[in-house]
Design a protein around this ligand. Structure first.
Ligand SMILES: [Zn+2]
Ligand SMILES: [Zn+2]
Length: 315
C-alpha cells in the first residue's frame, strides 16, 4: 500500500500494513465471559439484593475503575503520564486487571491499536465506534477487528519482561477467583454476585458505552485536522467515569495525566495522582504543556464565550 501510515509508540506499520482492509472477528470466549458475568449479575439483582451488597459493588467498582483502570492501566502503564515506584505500579495494574477487561498486554494492545487506527486518514467502523448503538456493543464486547496486514505491535522491553505482568496476562480471568472467595466467605452469594459479576458486567458495558458516545458527539474544544475520528468530552459523567469521559481532551493531549483541562471540568483520577504526589509516590506528572502540540491540533471553541482557556496559547 502506497499510503504512508503514521506510527504510535508501540504500533509500527511496514510497507504492507493497511489500516482499513480487514474484518470483524467474533471471539466466543469473550462473548461467554460477558454473558457469564451478565447472568451472574441478573441472579444477584433478582435474588440476592441487599444494602451491603450495593455498598460492596460501589466500593469495589470505584476502587478498580479509578485506581486500577484509569490511573494504573490507562494513565500509567499505557501512557506513562507520570512515574511511580514499581511496587505501586504493580498494585494499580493488578486493580486494573480486576476490572475484568483484559490482561496488561491485552489492554495495551487494544488501546494502542484503536489509537493508531484513529490517527489514520481512514478508519474502519469497528475501531472508530461508527456502528449503530447495539451493533457497536456486540462488536466491542464480543469481537475484534482483524487487519489483513496488521502493523507490528512492540511492547517496551521492561514491560514485556516483567514477570508479574506476564503472570497477570496469562491469568487475568482467574484473578477474579481470590476476590470471589474472599467475598463469598465475607458476605455469601450476595457479595460474590454483586462484587464480581455485577461489577465486571457494569464495568465492561460502561467502558464500551463511554467509548461509543465519546467518539460521536459532545463538547469539543480541540479538533485534530485531517482525521476522520474525533474525541468528545462528556463532562456530565466525568465524575462517575473518574475523568475518562473527557475523551476530547485525551485525543488532544494523550500524554497528559490531567484530563480535566478546561474550566469547570472534574477529573477524580487526577486527584488520585496528585494525592500520590503529595505522598512522594508520583513524579514527573505530565500536563498538556509537557509535550509539543499534536500535528493538526486546532482550538475549536473556548469553554466560556469570550474567555481563553486557562492553560493554553494557540499552537
Ligand atoms: Zn478515542
Ligand atoms: Zn489513552
Amino acid at each position: 500500500m502506497a499510503q504512508k501510515l503514521s506510527e504510535t509508540e508501540r504500533v509500527i506499520p511496514d510497507a504492507r500494513s493497511d489500516a482499513v482492509s480487514g474484518r470483524v472477528v467474533f471471539e466466543p470466549w469473550r462473548a461467554l465471559w460477558v454473558l457469564g458475568m451478565l447472568l451472574g449479575a441478573l441472579v444477584g439483582l433478582l435474588f440476592f439484593a441487599s444494602w451491603s451488597a450495593l455498598f460492596v459493588f460501589l466500593a469495589l467498582s470505584s476502587f478498580t475503575l479509578c485506581l486500577g483502570h484509569s490511573v494504573g492501566m490507562h494513565r500509567l502503564l499505557i501512557h506513562r503520564s507520570f512515574e511511580s515506584p514499581l511496587w505501586l505500579e504493580h498494585i494499580l495494574v493488578y486493580l486494573g486487571v480486576l476490572v475484568g477487561m483484559a490482561g496488561p498486554f491485552g489492554m495495551m494492545r487494544a488501546h494502542d491499536m484503536r489509537d493508531w487506527h484513529q490517527r489514520q486518514a481512514e478508519c474502519p467502523a469497528h475501531p472508530s465506534h461508527d456502528a449503530p448503538f447495539f451493533k457497536d456493543a456486540f462488536w466491542q464486547l464480543c469481537c475484534r477487528y482483524q487487519l489483513t496486514h496488521a502493523p507490528e505491535f512492540r511492547l517496551e522491553p521492561q514491560v514485556r519482561r516483567d514477570g508479574f505482568y506476564r503472570f497477570l496476562e496469562a491469568t487475568w480471568m482467574a484473578q477474579q477467583l481470590p476476590l470471589a472467595v474472599i467475598l463469598f466467605f465475607s458476605g455469601g452469594w450476595s457479595w460474590l454476585l454483586w462484587g464480581v459479576c455485577l461489577r465486571v458486567a457494569v464495568s465492561l458495558i460502561g467502558h464500551w458505552a463511554v467509548g461509543h458516545l465519546a467518539h460521536r458527539r459532545g463538547h469539543q474544544s480541540w479538533h485534530i485536522r485531517g482525521l476522520p475520528v474525533q474525541g468528545y468530552n462528556l463532562p456530565k459523567i466525568a465524575f462517575i467515569t473518574f475523568g475518562e469521559s473527557l475523551h476530547g481532551n485525551h485525543h488532544a493531549f494523550p500524554h497528559s495525566a490531567n484530563l480535566a483541562i478546561e474550566a469547570g471540568q472534574v477529573d477524580p483520577g487526577y486527584v488520585v495522582i496528585k494525592s500520590f504526589a503529595c505522598l512522594g509516590l508520583a513524579q514527573n506528572i505530565k500536563t498538556p504543556k509537557s509535550a509539543p502540540f499534536r500535528e493538526g491540533l486546532e482550538r475549536v471553541s473556548p469553554v466560556l464565550a469570550g474567555e481563553r482557556p486557562p492553560f493554553f496559547t494557540s499552537p
